[in-house]
Design a protein around this ligand. Structure first.
Ligand code: AMP
Ligand code: MG
Length: 401
């Protein structure tokens, strides 16, 4: 048996770094991974400007009760004139600061009558100005290679004028479900059949991480069917995920099928519940991860183990998402010889501490518990764990992103 942490770090290191890059328009870059470290092309903001709707003055011109003629009304997007001594220029949020102005008076602190301004409250010198370069300086590093691009990164890159980015090619993942008892949704189902949940589930998990599920194949529990599927998958994909057929049952033929392609099995039987039978192999220089067949087990193994491998093969700098902690909320005592990953629903209590309530049915066949849960609570092996214990919490929002 391999302990969970070793399995996780070995899987995270089991794939290669992406080698193919492509150019991607900024507006389509969400979910892609930067293949190049990017630097600021300009100061941000590029020029001093107003943070308020108001009036630009020279601070030295202020005297209580003095009226300043309004020299210009300068909207955002218009070039201001140089401010004349004793005058003011009407500005709006984002208007450029006129030359010789050093202070903005908020419109709420002043009154304009017949094109002349009276200021009611003594202004602080330098107030309400956004200074050139206060956000970022030309030449500063904006984002390192390996950054996952989301809305906030895209906003930053847009502000720097980047219209196209060099990103890694999307990881191509092949999915293989196995089992004579399975039929795909939409096909006729006999009493001896169940619908194939894992194919669609894994495709969704893969696509949700910004990778492409290029094949979702199903093989019968025969050597020939498995062989044919592996031929396609190893040809077209960077990573292959198989589900089911890796135990020690008579029909567990995935292992021999991989061996036929020269694959060597790297690890076997992770000490985790659900999910014991997990295997890692390499064939044709590509990693193959064999997941347990039960959909709940496959989901847990994908979340905690496979997602790290995918992030690393995508070239992402952050392979391990943040791990949170929460307080277990239960009437049971948990104690197992394997580490247990409970499906839990996390809710903060009144003081903000995360309360982790386990689903009442923790069997690996309970598919309904997956959509109920917000993540997995990790229970150590061989240690009785009860209500109130603080345990690691793998939030799906972080671990499946
Ligand atoms: P196996 O590891 O192939 O023995 O599968 C373990 C359990 O998971 C069995 O009850 C299978 O019927 C079930 N199972 C395997 N693959 C799938 C799938 N794609 N969808 C739903 N259930 C599955
Ligand atoms: Mg099977």
């Amino acid at each position: 048996m391999l302990d969970f942490d070793s399995a996780q770090s070995r899987l995270a290191a089991a794939g290669g770094h992406p080698s193919i890059t492509e150019n991607c328009p900024l507006v389509q870059a969400r979910g892609r991974v930067l293949a190049q470290t990017l630097f600021a092309t300009l100061d941000l903001p590029p020029a001093d400007n107003s943070a308020m709707d108001g009036y630009a003055i020279r601070h030295a011109d202020y005297e209580p009760g003095r009226s300043l003629p309004v020299q210009q009304r300068c909207y955002a997007g218009v070039k201001p004139q140089a401010l004349q001594p004793g005058n003011t220029i009407r500005l709006f949020t984002g208007s450029l600061l006129p030359e010789h102005a050093d202070t903005i008076v908020m419109q709420e602190d002043a009154e304009e009558v017949d094109n002349a301004l009276t200021i009611h409250r003594p202004p602080a010198k330098g107030a309400h100005i956004r200074y050139r370069g206060e956000d970022i300086r030309a030449g500063d590093q904006v984002f390192a290679k390996g950054t996952l691009l989301g809305a906030s990164q895209i906003a930053m890159l847009a502000s720097q004028g980047y219209a196209e980015l060099s990103v890694y090619a999307q990881l191509k993942v092949g999915i293989l479900t196995t089992g004579d008892e399975l039929v795909n949704p939409g096909q006729p189902r006999g009493d001896e059949h169940i619908y194939n949940s894992n194919g669609a589930m894994l495709a969704a998990l893969v696509e949700n991480m910004g990778a492409r599920a290029v094949h979702v194949l199903h093989a019968l529990d025969t050597e020939a069917s498995l062989h044919e599927a592996f031929e396609t998958l190893l040809q077209d994909c960077d990573l292959v995920l198989t589900v089911g057929g890796v135990s020690v049952g008579e029909k567990d033929l995935v292992k021999p099928a991989i061996e036929q392609f020269g694959g060597t099995l790297d690890l076997w039987r992770v000490s985790m519940k659900p999910g014991k039978p997990v295997a890692l192999a390499h064939a044709a220089n590509k990693p193959i991860v064999c997941l347990p067949g039960n959909p709940v087990s496959a989901f847990a193994v994908f979340t905690t183990l496979v997602s790290t491998l995918i992030r690393s093969m995508q070239g992402r700098a952050q392979v391990m998402p943040i791990l949170q902690y929460g307080r277990l909320c239960t009437q049971k005592t948990f104690n197992d010889s394997r580490e247990e990953f409970l499906r839990v629903s996390a809710r903060p209590d009144a003081s903000g501490v995360m309360q982790l309530t386990p689903h009442t049915q923790q069997g690996s066949g309970i598919i309904s518990s997956l959509s109920w849960a917000s993540g997995l609570a990790r229970i150590p092996a061989n240690t009785p764990v009860q209500d109130g214990a603080i345990v690691p919490y793998y939030d799906f929002q972080h671990w499946l992103a």
